[in-house]
Design a protein around this ligand. Structure first.
Ligand SMILES: [Cu+2]
Length: 611
């Protein structure tokens, strides 16, 4: 299409304020949907007679209720497990919690899990962090109906670390996790055992979640489009399923296994007395050496292994783990609305980026002996850039935010919609670049657009201009991307952002959506996304942020850890992150998606086909 025609059409939309139906009728949007196929309904995998498990357990997804707040019980969805074979400590219930039991596996174990769907809706369980075959990974295509059983069989290949099990059904992941379906899954190995880190009662899981309750103690979830676009935020912090969580500790070292199990909320963890946080591990297990940080950022899906040493502290001392102030993860207008500065949307008592307590540690016993922090924790097998299959052509993961859908690489999630750049050769190590396809603000749109161009993603996104704006230097497509989907301008400037200087395409498109969405525009702009890749953990090679985001970035900058293996990386507005990720052993579909689970369910998710 010519510049002139597309410009006129957007201009027409802008001026007529036509509704969403007109938007959906745009050819570009339809082209993006062409590849979309319905999720197949597969026959659930059955137990293989040749597989001899060391560990076997039943896992039930079911409706239940739990005492969370004083008074009436809360209806929840919950995992329950029953060990059939294996060491007794494989399954540990958290008494009184809606969270699933803690699962402990050893590297090298062969595991069979029989998932029984006792819910009234389809579900499937994903082992977030585990390196398992594609058909054991809980891809939404393996979802089972109520009453069905799905058998998982895999060998534990991971090194020691904290993983998560949670549902992953198509467009219902967030709701099921929010309703309570999630649990911690620890892998242990010999390398970790040799360190003799604090264990038993001295190793404490800390699963942090936020929830919103009504006056009858029932869970409130998404109330409208706004809650999906920013992600859903509760106003009560729960740890391991409990409000006002407190642990009684002795004056010695503890190992805190921390997981952000929220659907959207990002934390900046720090001790209230300024004690630095000693980190010994992240998503993919132990670091090589401990890292001491003033605070640590923890986005949904991320894990932290914290060395918390209370030795030398007097009985009666209290230490509070707080979320400390920061800014920039939400668009400015959404930040203001959440804080109550504006009365348009849902005010939240606990704005993201405000200062609030997470849990309290009380020293109730003075002891003299304590574990010493090892100076060397583990050895990580790093992949040098020379081992990478595509050093000059990183696989693109382009983030774009829009009022209708959250996209990756310009496309919404669709089953069997693999683009050329999403085909990965098995047993290769890939360089990948995660970036904001629409930029995070006026100036660095320039920076990120060439990045997508150099990936060659524009070839695959051929007819995708309307959705993705992936193609650099093509004002028509770029303008379309900005206008229709990519609300890239920050700070409540969405409607005006495209209006200055001679970028006519952006102007037309920006106004067009503005007209359609009315007052809701302000929040649809660049925000932080925790990007998760299924399969093996990756290493972070570099992070860079555009100059216009630096002030906000300064409030989080010291909270990132790059010295360990990750499977979630928080990508801030204006930020570009390069990673190196192996795709070894298994062929098939492995997802990559935003772990803001509301975004995931909106379509900010894609598949890699490893072949
Ligand atoms: Cu997101």
């Amino acid at each position: 299409m010519s510049d002139h025609k597309s410009y006129s059409r957007r201009r027409f939309l802008a001026q007529s304020g036509l509704g969403l139906a007109a938007f959906a009728a745009m050819p570009g949007f339809l082209r993006a949907m062409e590849g979309m196929k319905a999720m197949p309904k597969l026959t659930p995998n059955k137990a293989s007679p040749n597989f001899k498990p060391d560990v076997e357990f039943e896992l039930f997804s079911r409706s239940s209720s739990a005492s969370i707040l004083p008074g009436q019980q809360t209806l929840v969805q919950q995992y329950a497990a029953l060990l059939k074979k294996g060491p007794k400590d494989t399954i540990t219930d958290i008494a009184g919690s809606y969270l699933g039991p803690i699962i402990r596996l050893q590297k090298g174990q062969k595991v069979r899990i029989n998932l029984h769907n006792k819910l009234a809706e389809p579900t499937v369980t994903h082992w977030h962090g585990l390196h398992v075959p594609a058909n054991m990974d809980g891809h939404p295509m393996y979802a089972i109906d109520p009453g069905e059983t799905l058998v998982y069989e895999f060998e534990v290949l991971n090194r020691a670390g904290m993983n998560i099990y949670h549902p992953h059904p198509h467009e219902a992941t967030a709701k099921q996790v929010y309703n309570g379906l999630a649990g911690a899954l620890f892998v242990h190995d010999e390398e970790e055992a040799k360190l003799e880190l604090p264990s038993g009662e001295y190793e404490i899981p800390i699963v942090i979640q936020d929830r919103l309750f009504d006056e009858l103690n029932q869970l409130i979830y998404v109330r409208g489009m706004h809650d999906r676009m920013t992600g859903f935020y509760g106003d009560r912090i729960l740890v391991n399923g409990f409000p006002d969580f407190k642990i009684d500790v002795a004056s010695r070292a503890y190992r805190l296994r921390v997981l952000n199990g929220s659907t959207a909320r990002i934390f900046k963890l720090g001790w209230d007395d300024g004690t630095p946080i000693t980190v010994i591990g992240v998503d993919g297990g132990l670091l090589e050496k401990p890292e001491v940080k003033p605070y640590v950022m923890l986005a949904p899906g991320e894990r932290l292994d914290v060395w918390a040493d209370f030795s030398g502290r007097n009985e009666g001392t209290q230490l509070i783990m707080r979320s400390l102030p920061f800014s920039g993860v939400l668009p400015k207008m959404a930040e203001r609305m959440m804080g109550g500065g504006m009365d348009m949307m849902h005010h939240n008592k606990l704005p993201v980026g405000s200062d609030y307590p997470i849990f309290t540690a009380r020293v109730t016993k003075k002891v003299s002996e304590s574990h010493k922090l090892p100076s060397q924790l583990s050895t990580i097998k790093w992949h040098p850039i020379s081992a990478v299959a595509n050093p000059d052509k990183p696989v693109p993961i382009g983030i774009s935010e829009g009022p209708m859908a959250m996209l990756l690489n310009g496309r919404p999630y669709a089953y069997n919609d693999i683009q050329d750049f999403e085909r990965i050769k098995v047993n290769t190590i890939q360089l990948m670049e995660i970036f904001h396809a629409h930029g995070g603000g006026g100036s660095h749109g320039k920076e990120s657009a060439p990045a997508s161009g150099e990936h060659g993603a524009e070839k695959q996104s051929g007819g995708m201009g309307m959705m993705g704006g992936m193609k650099h230097g093509d004002d028509d497509q770029k303008g379309g991307g900005h206008g229709m989907m990519g609300m890239s301008h920050k700070g409540g400037m969405g409607m005006m952002g495209g209006m200055k200087h001679g970028d006519d395409d952006q102007k037309g498109g920006g106004q067009g959506m503005g007209g359609m969405m009315g007052g809701g525009m302000g929040m649809m702009m660049s925000m932080a996304h925790p990007i998760h890749l299924h399969g093996q953990q990756f290493q972070i090679v570099s992070r860079s942020v555009s100059a216009d985001e630096e002030a906000d970035y300064a409030t989080v900058r010291e909270g990132f850890i790059e010295s360990g293996l990750k499977d979630v990386v928080l990508v801030m507005p204006g930020e570009k992150v390069r990673i190196i990720k192996p795709f070894q052993d298994f062929k098939g579909l492995f997802m990559y998606h935003c772990h803001n689970l509301e975004h995931e369910d909106m379509g900010m998710m894609r598949d890699f086909l490893v072949e």
